[in-house]
Design a protein around this ligand. Structure first.
Ligand code: PLP
Length: 371
């Protein structure tokens, strides 16, 4: 049974109607976008329209966009280039942390923000052309990194910067040039597009070897027949998300109302990353003494869908590496869940959440139920 209240947008956002329409329209077309006949050209047109929309979302030129199978592939394509050294922040998504096993880690502070002294130190070490990978916004806590400042340090040391903007795009304005990012990852399903499609946006002049070799698609940077329908859906979602950026910022009202009520019910509850700039839609909060998995199951039974730590790895019960990197005690981190809002969220969702959360807290012998 599906949950009535969906508060897990950072895991995957429900598809936007515009994206579903573009996807299904393109799915109905015959052909291969590489073919020169009319059928092929019709699909090519859908892909190039989407390329413009994805580029516009991050202030880039369409020719900079390489469509991929998602954020994971985009991160792998960026990190597994010809780099003598790869440095990643300790809070990166597993698709960046694990892309290069020998990558060096840069530390986070207790607020979830990258430690610039740790970056400086790592950059000072010699070892050839380096790539540094730091995400714009964290998927678990929503903490936003000072990418423009990080880019200055990275470029000052002669290195290049990859920015995983998978969670940020469509939630906050993203301008690749203003950020100073040389490479930037996107994923359609985090902004209301279909799953299984994303992009790596590459600054002009960067020579990046293809991960997938074969045909000449995507200017020889990513072989394989394009997922034309998925890409069309991505483009429509990117356009809608760009248009709705104000609404995305307005989600702070829901998030703040939820956090205020949790704090009133349980003053000892911890909200990770609350001291740093954060995405408006994300809250990573603890229910003291109650395991995250227990909370997720109980909230699901009450019709509220949230996740424990990173949803991508929530099948396994491991303490979040992000919270660990912020210095959280394992016991406390194990009681943290992530609530994330999005384009279809409404104030009633907060009421449902608080009713279910407070009831569980009361049953756990901890608090009083909400009035
Ligand atoms: N990067 C971040 C920050 C993410 O949150 C995710 C997905 O959770 C990814 C990358 C991977 O994206 P995809 O699911 O498209 O492979």
């Amino acid at each position: 049974m599906g949950s009535a209240v969906y508060l897990d947008y950072n895991a995957s956002a429900p598809i936007r109607p515009e994206a579903a329409a573009a996807l299904s329209e393109a799915l109905g077309l015959a052909g291969n976008a590489s073919s020169v006949h009319g059928f092929g050209r019709a699909l090519r047109h859908r892909i190039e329209t989407a390329r413009k929309a994805a580029a516009a979302l991050v202030g880039a030129a369409p020719a900079q966009v390489i469509f991929t199978s998602g954020g994971t592939e985009a991160n792998n394509l960026a990190l597994r280039g010809d780099w003598a050294r790869v440095l990643v922040s300790a809070g990166e998504h597993d698709s960046a942390r694990q892309a290069v096993p020998e990558a060096e880690m840069i530390r986070l502070g207790p607020d979830g923000v990258l430690r610039l002294d740790s970056l400086d130190q790592a950059l000072a070490a010699q070892g050839g052309p380096a790539l540094v990978s730091v995400m714009l916004a964290n998927n678990e806590t929503g903490v936003i990194q000072p990418i423009a400042r990080i880019a200055e340090l990275v470029h000052g040391a002669g290195a290049l910067l990859h920015c995983d903007a998978v969670q940020a795009a469509g939630k906050i304005p993203v301008d690749m040039a203003a950020l100073g990012a040389d490479l930037l990852s996107l994923s359609a399903h985090k902004l209301g597009g279909p799953q299984g499609v994303g992009a790596l946006v590459v600054r002009e002049g960067i020579d990046l070897p293809a991960l997938l070799r074969g045909g000449g698609q995507e200017r020889r940077r990513r072989a394989g027949t394009e997922n034309a329908a998925g890409i069309a859906g991505f483009g429509a979602a990117a356009e809608a998300a760009s248009r709705d950026l104000d609404k995305a910022a307005g989600l702070a009202a829901l998030r703040d109302a939820l956090e205020a009520q949790v704090r009133a019910l349980a003053p000892e509850a911890k909200i990770f990353g609350a001291e740093a700039p954060r995405l408006a839609n994300t809250s990573c909060l603890t229910m003291p003494g109650v395991a995250a998995e227990t909370q997720v199951v109980a909230l699901d039974l009450a019709g509220v869908a949230v996740s424990a730590g990173a949803a991508c790895s929530s099948g396994k019960v491991t303490v979040s590496h992000v919270l660990q990197a912020m210095g959280a005690a394992p016991d406390e981190a194990a009681t943290a869940i992530r609530v994330s809002f999005g384009w279809r969220s409404a104030p009633a969702d907060v009421e449902h959440f608080i009713a279910a959360w407070s009831e569980l807290y009361r049953r756990a012998g901890r608090g009083r139920s909400a009035a």
